[in-house]
Write a protein that binds this ligand. Sequence first.
Ligand code: ZN
Length: 157
Amino acid sequence: MAKLLPIIINPDPILRKKSLPVANDDIATKKMQVLFADMSKTMIEKDGVGLAAPQIGKNIRIITISTKDGTICMANPKITRKSWAKEWNEEGCLSVPGVFGKVSRHKKVNCIYTDKDGKKTKIEASGLMAFVIQHEIDHLDGVLFIDKAKDIKKIEI
Ligand code: ZN
């Protein structure tokens, strides 16, 4: 059974470290499948649309994204192409609870990653999916949405 993992809350130095790539041989392992399952459960139960490994205390380049067709797990995600066009959208983050702000992101991105079976995969994302990928990859580089946001609002929780 997948476990609910505690979320690292800002400010914590873990959220500011650059995360390290995962070795290919480590991706399809039992240990990594457990991590993917636990991150997926945590993301869904906390109503997140995405989760990055630093948010659960691991500085490795792993993210999960929630889609209507289920969770996508990505190891070593990398944006290979981005649209010139950008859009401001309101964002929040499980690691920055009660805070929302508008962030400008590329409307479309192409992303390469290794899936949970260790297979190299490519995705062309637009709209919410594109924004989530950019937000989560920022986490892997120690960047939080509040670093880029305007019109920041704080809500009592
Ligand atoms: Zn976040």
